[in-house]
Design a protein around this ligand. Sequence first.
Ligand code: MYA
Length: 213
Amino acid sequence: MTEARAAMGRIFRAREPRGLGEERVEGLAELAARVRELTEAVVLTDVDDAEVAAVAAQVAELTARLNTARRQEPPSIEFGADGAFRHLAGPVTGRLNPIAPPVEVAVHEDGTVRGVFTLNAVYEGPPGCVHGGVAALVLDHVLGMAAAANGTPGMTATLDMRYRRPTPHGVPLTVEAKAVRSEGRRTFVEAHITGPDGKVTVEATGMFVRPVH
Ligand SMILES: CCCCCCCCCCCCCC(=O)SCCNC(=O)CCNC(=O)[C@H](O)C(C)(C)COP(=O)(O)OP(=O)(O)OC[C@H]1O[C@@H](n2cnc3c(N)ncnc32)[C@H](O)[C@@H]1OP(=O)(O)O
């Protein structure tokens, strides 16, 4: 973990953000959670047209309120109080990003990254199933985290997916990733998603290339 932190620090030193502060993080995470609920409600609502129009007008007002003070960029990767890096506004694990499920991840001492998450109907592809591109999004992210946990963070150069069986939505899923080897600037990582029955639904391998600095 220390090696991973050093490597991440080297890459992000130039744009290491000021931390948001835990109180602000919790406030923004609460806002993102409410917007996630709103998004699901929009996808599933069956209220009448007048109510849809009224809610749309109210949501536009709320968006305008948030836009009265805007950052130039979303919060980037930073180190939390526990020393682990966190991607607060990322689209997979980011608690501050309403489009992130979010996947709750833990990085273990041996470099394995494990996450638990539930994808609701917002992420549907085929009826009742998670969209394959969303599964790829989740897997790419945890593969990247595992490359970083290995002390060899990098950009995704290749991503191979094997969709073994449909991934159901609305039920708890787990994801696990681990770096298997590094050669020069390249790190090879494997990952999979498991359904609630313990069966693997999707497998992925990724090759990550460490940027030159
Ligand atoms: C940056 C760190 C982020 C960490 C965040 C962690 C937490 C968040 C997790 C978020 C996770 C989300 C992550 C994301 O979403 S990352 C976003 C999605 N990925 C990208 O946008 C990457 C775009 N591509 C590039 O930037 C460059 O092409 C890269 C950096 C990949 C290589 O360009 P560069 O010019 O620097 O490299 P090089 O040409 O000197 O080649 C170097 C070596 O690599 C080999 N090679 C290269 N490409 C390929 C290929 N396609 N297949 C097979 N091999 C390939 C090449 O043969 C050579 O090997 P060797 O001859 O040395 O043996």
